[in-house]
Design a binder for this molecule. Sequence first.
Ligand SMILES: C[S@@+](CC[C@H](N)C(=O)[O-])C[C@H]1O[C@@H](n2cnc3c(N)ncnc32)[C@H](O)[C@@H]1O
Length: 741
Amino acid sequence: MTLEEFLKQCQQSGDAAYAAFKSLLEKLEDPKTRTEARVFLSDLQSRVGSSDDCFHKYYFRIQDIYLDRYEGYQGRKKLTMMVIPSIFMPEDWSFTFYEGLNRHPDSIFKEKTVAELGCGNGWITIAIAEKWLPAKVYGLDINPRAVKVSCINLYMNAFDEKGQPIYDAEKKTLLDRVEFHESDLLSYCREHDIKLERIVGCIPQILNPNPEAMSKMITENASEEFLHSLSNYCALQGFLEGQFGLGLIARAVEEGIAVIKPTGIMIFNMGGRPGQGVCRRLFERRGFRVTRLWQTKVLQAGDTDISALVEIEKNSPHCFDFFMGLSGDQPICARTAWAYGKAGGRISHGLSVYSCQLHQPNQVKVIFEFLRSGFQEISSSLDLSFEDDLVADEKIPFLAYLSSVLKENSCFPYEPPAGCKRFRNLIAGFMKTYHHIPLTADNVVVFPSRTVAIENALRLFSPNLAIVDEHLTRNLPRKWLTSLAIETAENGLSDDVVTVIEAPRQSDLMIELIKRLKPQVVVTGIAHFEAVTSSAFVQLLDATGEIGSRLFLDISDHFELSSLPGTIGVLKYLSGTPLPSHAAIVCGLVKNQVYSDLEVAFVISEEEAILKALSKTVEILEGNTSLISQYYYGCIFHELLSFQLTDRHPNLERRSEKSKSVEVIRFTTSAISVLSNAELSISDEGYPLVRMDVDQWFLPVPSLVKAAIFESFARQNMTESEIDVTPCIKQFCSDRIWVPN
Ligand SMILES: C[S@@+](CC[C@H](N)C(=O)[O-])C[C@H]1O[C@@H](n2cnc3c(N)ncnc32)[C@H](O)[C@@H]1O
């Protein structure tokens, strides 16, 4: 085809011009005809130039875009790019975006795998390859014609005017580095399992108000106007980010989380119309750290109908930010801007380039994987932005763990009454690694709270007399605290009447009471001033040991979930000496950064009979500890242990316990009969357990309940009315359960 014939075809219509360029692209793709086709393009450029006239007459334009401001030693880098009316024409948005990419402090594209979302005519994709030498850059666009034009532009810049390949500093051509593909956001990378290190994009941020655009399919043969209007996305392309018209960006970010490598960076061009706060939040609530690389103000593009934003303002209290002219700084709302624009006024808005990086990438990825597996509706309430890093460090790993549990299990597993094996292992692991005490999961029994642990222990022995530290008696049954059955106890008349005497938390006073009153059970904490050394503990051990009394020592106030836990005398003692059989340690976990009401407690003992009996009390008294609370603290322990090398701390040799001849209090007869007849023993080795007698465990958890569990832990600032689950449960029952008339 001659130049004249080509131009004649172009002159007919935009569609005809596109068809002419498409057949030219076929020639560029074929190495045999490539040189000739490339020379043809140079001739075309010199024949018609880059004028508006050409664009109006022939429905295309070829023009140079300079990539640097100043002449370098090799001259100014420039790209030669062509464009047609049915695709986005590079303008203020594009140039600002490119400026933002340039302002990134480091060269972040070198040798990286990059994708550009919404590449239009491909100039930014090509510029990234030209300037920063990435390993690969994928230019992706939903408009099929944009992809074809980008490919033409790729050949135009990979070969010189004579059709000879242009090599860069690494002896590669643009063809080695760049690929263009038709793709709805990141679908191409997802389908081809491409993991990206950088995702950049300047994509639409106003929903196209044209209802027709919402129903049409996007094909190469759609009308030119429709294809061009893809620069304002239609509902077909994505859901809405709440109320701000940022649906496409929100979807891009979530798709990006799935395909980006953990240390990846996303850079987006953001129109400032919804306000900086809203734009930042879009990223921050999805777990990103945001840096603003660049900001400027641009005129509102004439081809974009902002009435969709006026519509949003009508239905919500939100006001968008526009300005009159380019210089004003007093914002006006979309409605005023729309009216002013209609009357011929010039309106502008802010435009910023944000660089975003995930704070805890692997965990956030797991959370979004769970949301994609059928829980998409929760993502609108997800908030992973935290003012305090300590909170983020605790909450995000937990939400990731919860996500994986909810995603992978149809029902919650039945865990042994002593507590989840994994959790007990972690507690034992922590004791071993951080306090050098050689314990195993079998030395640990988990309880919902410290109070329950203490009450269960007391029930097990039903002591006629127990001395309990005054800080720990608050929730004990009142009748235990008011009984005065000590007299009868001494005469050995009463069996199951428990009497609890309160005592101050100070070891010498406590010991004096123990010596005088000879209780069968002692429950006490350790005062702060006595906690660091083990002498108070040793005295208590001796005093109780001598009279055959059981000792439960509470260390909750001193126990720290940290990689540098403060010294606790009791634990120091246990690292060198086994816990005598009459003593047990109680520890309530309440100190956490996120959920102040989430409690778990555990008891440590080295006497098998006690451990067994305690775990049976859990089942008999239906006092199983919520799995999720165990998951929560389990995550904290896991974080503290996962990076440690195993067996780095060899166990110290422990002194063996002196044998004592004194008789200690045994379980009450009633407890023994209940425990031994209850048929509750289970083994947690081997097969998963299905407990037919505890019906709640083996039923699959409905996804509605899973969603509610996740949401209740993920949300921040929940209101009272949202906590009421009754209407939801009623609705669920009437939807799913057949009720006979
Ligand atoms: C503002 S243009 C940017 C073009 C080019 N990067 C530039 O700066 O000149 C936005 C581009 O996003 C594309 N787009 C819209 N929706 C898309 C989607 N769901 N997936 C991929 N691209 C999309 C449009 O077709 C359009 O080419």
